[in-house]
Design a protein around this ligand. Structure first.
Ligand code: ZN
Length: 145
């Protein structure tokens, strides 16, 4: 079933931060996990549990998270709204850090700029593995002819 955020039905969604032991390559580590809860359902956790807020919100064709499945196209927008809301009411520094980290993934990274070694104009270089273009497209065209 797909739920729609704007229908007003889901206005009582919130995030609940809990600590969990996560098995990582480096061993067991304590991580903060964020669960989506529905206060319309209940005020008590975990009765009001909806799903986990995944760290990765990029749409994946294989195995989309329950959060993505449930909220579809609205998932990223809802995630951001929930994170900002959670940040407001949060005092725990560790949880705040985690929320900031998640919010960072929504920031658009500005395009990389480089200065052309020939004409010194700035341009957006392409990367090929570790190699990054140092000559702008215009100068490259001149060099090739
Ligand atoms: Zn140039």
């Amino acid at each position: 079933m797909r739920l729609h955020v704007n229908s007003g039905v889901l206005m009582k969604l919130e995030l609940k931060a809990t600590k969990k032991q996560v098995n990582k390559a480096s061993g067991w580590e304590e991580s903060i996990v964020l669960a989506v809860i529905d206060l319309d359902k209940s005020n008590a956790y975990p009765t009001n549990f909806v799903c986990m807020l995944p760290a990765d919100l990029k749409p994946r064709t294989k195995q989309p998270s329950i959060f993505m499945q449930t909220f579809g196209d609205e998932a990223p927008k809802l995630a951001k709204t929930l994170l900002l809301k959670a940040l407001n009411g949060e005092d725990n520094a560790e949880v705040k850090n985690e929320i900031h980290k998640r919010l960072k993934t929504f920031e658009v990274t500005p395009p990389v700029e480089a200065q052309c070694v020939v004409c010194h104009r700035t341009f957006q270089p392409k990367r090929y593995g570790r190699y990054q273009q140092r000559v702008c497209p215009a100068c490259r065209q001149v060099q090739e002819t």
